[in-house]
Design a protein around this ligand. Structure first.
Ligand SMILES: [Zn+2]
Length: 329
């Protein structure tokens, strides 16, 4: 098993043994290879009739489970001849309602050989909204013998209603984790983004940004954060923010994340800090809420269509942001 999956593999092994494994699981991580490796391991385990244990590489006291590789169901699975597992893929660019219906009717039938039925949706982030809603119905009425596993590089590309029905596992490299910790530290020590410090745990949400696992993306995120805060504070030009928005594929999500965190920061503050909030950030929390709504709408627009002019949406969003800020002063 890949190194970055081992922690999660151990967790899932425990859940399997304690029979607490969720019936709908989202595996989220930047590496599609790692996501898939973990999913394949889990599915093989669920299919196997006599799983075996081995010592964990990261915890010598712990055991990880794996498929035995030679029971009847393992052999059928190896030969790609196992009828109770479905790899849900689409012939089109997106996974549509018909694809999901195919999965649903597969799950409705009882298992042919094994005890359980499994469905893997590798490109779950390409599900259309209608497909997501069709899947939601199945997730809302879980069958104890069924397991559905969704893979995605970004949790945000799935509908929140889907995510709320699933157990979410995030695979993150050690480097990524270390970067996030240092980000958290620099936020905590308040010397990076804030002149006068509030003792806060805003920005804690950044740990959900799975893409922050490379130095380059991490620095892009830092630059973006400073640019956005500067823009709100009137020290950064609109043009600069637009360049930033166009530069990174993640930028609108970052905008959403940062705005949400600023709002949270306000509500986590005491009354004195709340009074100083608009002075510190150059913006009222009520305006932030309007901005947040506008950003979410743009983000939805980008997610809803396969063919979308991203640059145009960024431009329009910035016009909207400008209008909101201007009409408030
Ligand atoms: Zn087996």
């Amino acid at each position: 098993m890949l190194e970055i999956c081992q922690k999660t593999q151990l967790l899932l092994s425990r859940q399997y043994q304690n029979q607490t494994l969720a019936h709908a699981i989202v595996i989220q991580g930047r590496s599609t290879l790692a996501n898939r490796a973990l999913a394949d391991w889990l599915i093989e385990l669920l299919i196997c009739q006599k799983p075996v244990t081995k010592l964990s590489k990261i915890d010598e006291q712990a055991l990880v489970l794996q498929a035995c590789g030679h029971c009847k169901t393992c052999l059928l699975n190896k030969a790609d001849n196992f009828p109770d597992h479905l790899n849900l893929q689409s012939e089109n660019k997106t996974i549509g309602v018909d694809d999901i219906r195919r999965g649903n009717s597969f799950l409705e039938k009882t298992a042919h050989i094994g005890q359980v039925k499994t469905v893997l949706i590798p490109a779950s982030d390409t599900m259309t909204v209608a497909a997501s809603n069709a899947l939601l119905k199945t997730l809302e009425e879980p069958n104890p013998n069924n397991y559905i596993i969704l893979l995605t590089q970004e949790l945000d590309s799935l509908l929140p209603t889907i995510v709320s029905r699933c157990a979410v596992l995030t695979i993150k490299s050690e480097v990524g984790q270390a970067l996030l910790n240092s980000l958290q530290l620099s936020m905590d020590s308040k010397n990076l983004y804030f002149d006068n410090g509030l003792n806060d745990n805003a920005f804690i949400n950044s740990s959900q940004l799975a893409e922050l696992t490379s130095e380059d993306t991490f620095h892009a995120y830092q630059t973006f954060t400073q640019c956005y805060l500067g823009y709100l504070n009137n020290t950064v030009e609109e043009k600069q923010l637009l360049d930033q928005l166009n530069d990174s594929e993640h930028a609108i999500r970052w905008l959403e994340n940062l705005t949400c965190n600023l709002i949270r920061k306000f509500y986590l503050s005491d009354i004195v800090q709340q009074t100083n909030f608009s002075k510190q950030f150059g913006i009222e929390v009520s305006v932030l809420k309007q901005l947040y709504q506008a950003i979410i709408n743009s983000n939805k627009l980008i997610k809803s269509y396969a063919q979308v002019n991203r640059q145009l949406i960024c431009q329009q969003l910035l016009v909207t942001i400008n209008n909101i800020i201007r009409s408030s002063t």
